[in-house]
Design a protein around this ligand. Structure first.
Ligand code: OGA
Ligand code: ZN
Length: 369
């Protein structure tokens, strides 16, 4: 049996639940979240907060086994809450989210063998296999899907099991091949040091899919490192560098004949609790740094230190993708790169696309229902 008391000094209802736990629910919050204030079909909020006085106060409350009922002063409105709903929404604690599966930071000891694997057939035909694969891909920020058909559609079909593809100035999908007149270093045979893609975009794409159709040239191996692990190690080893990279934004730019897309980003992005939530690192797309001279010197030291860490074998996992394999990674966490290849010695062709984090997390929540 729950027990509820009115605490007028701090304007909250204090509830002790049957399991012994307790929490305080501010009056204004209770009135704003009246279940009757949500549209019955769309579940969207229709309450008008501005119509509720900030000092709204109950005149009476009652609890039974399942419900808290509140009578409000002023307009005699009555609100009923399920206690189980209140228990799941105690103010001061984030509501459980099935899309937050936790993150396992990894370093070189993960090894190519340690990268989570799935097969296209299972992911396409089983929701359970899809869920298992997405959880692993979020946990490590990296996975490999094998057994794809030899067609550019095959990778897109797997990506679309998650959600909409994210279109960019390089198209809905893109062909990573050595091309005449390239507008992107990826479309040359040169080495690409570890980076995240499209840091010049307002929102850099979330998950990246690189489906290998052919990798027969000499060279062309893939490199990966966990940007979260590097940033966490930098936080302990060099707090000043960490603070600069997580507070100072720098300009990024991509421009060609058709576009000029610019954005400022911090290399390390934190949430309000200090947890690392995004890495944005691309030396090719960094624009001319425009920081004040004294900050510039300190920033260069920090930025270069992060770059040195991305080159360190400590964090590196390498592999050579084979035709029919697709690597999938969180482009806002895991840095990717490739070794140079020699187009004279064989054909190399990856077909790429992106799905943003929002679609990915939505699919995880639906699969967890
Ligand atoms: C890219 C890229 C890696 C590769 O297209 O963004 O980094 O293996 N490609 O070619
Ligand atoms: Zn890239």
């Amino acid at each position: 049996m729950a027990n509820a008391t009115l605490r007028s000094d701090d304007a909250l209802v204090h509830l002790t639940f049957a399991d012994g736990s307790s929490a305080g629910f501010p009056y204004i919050w209770l009135r704003d979240n009246d279940p009757a204030g949500f549209h019955p079909q769309t579940q969207e909020r229709i309450t008008d907060l501005t119509a509720i006085p900030l000092d709204v106060t109950p005149s009476k409350i009652e609890t039974d086994d399942a419900t808290l009922t509140i009578w409000w002063q002023g307009d005699n409105a009555v609100t009923s809450f399920d206690l189980s709903w209140l228990r799941a929404h105690c103010p001061g604690q984030y509501a459980a989210d099935p899309a937050r599966t936790g993150f396992t930071h990894w370093r070189k000891d993960l090894g190519a063998e340690g990268i989570p694997h799935a097969t296209a057939d299972a992911v396409l035909n089983s929701d359970q296999a899809l869920q298992d694969w997405l959880v692993q891909t979020q946990t490590f920020g990296l996975s490999i899907v094998g057994g794809l058909a030899d067609s550019t559609e095959a990778g897109m079909e797997v990506a679309r099991r998650i959600g909409f593809l994210r279109e960019t100035n390089f198209g809905l999908t893109f062909e990573v091949q050595s091309k005449p007149n390239p507008n992107n270093l990826a479309y040359t045979p040169i080495a690409l040091p570890l980076h995240t893609d499209l840091t010049n975009q307002e929102l850099p794409p979330g998950f990246q899919f690189l489906h290998c159709l052919a990798n027969e040239a000499m060279g062309g191996g893939s490199l990966f490192c966990d940007g979260y692990a590097i940033a966490e190690d930098l936080r302990s080893a060099d707090p000043e560098a960490f603070t600069l990279l997580s507070t100072v934004s720098i300009p990024f730019r991509f421009h060609d004949q058709d576009t000029d897309i610019r954005n400022r980003k911090k290399v390390i992005n934190l949430d309000e609790t200090g947890e690392i939530i995004e890495i944005c690192f691309n030396a090719h797309l960094a624009d001319i740094l425009d920081l004040a001279p004294d900050l510039m010197a300190r920033y260069y030291r920090a930025y270069r230190q992060f770059m040195i860490m991305t080159r360190s074998a400590e964090y590196l996992v390498t592999l050579k993708l084979k035709g029919g394999e697709m690597v999938v990674f969180d482009n806002r966490r895991v840095l990717h790169g490739r070794q140079a290849f020699d187009p004279q010695t064989g054909f190399r062709h990856l077909h790429g696309c992106y799905v943003d984090r929002g679609e990915f997390e939505s699919r995880l929540r639906l699969l967890a229902r």
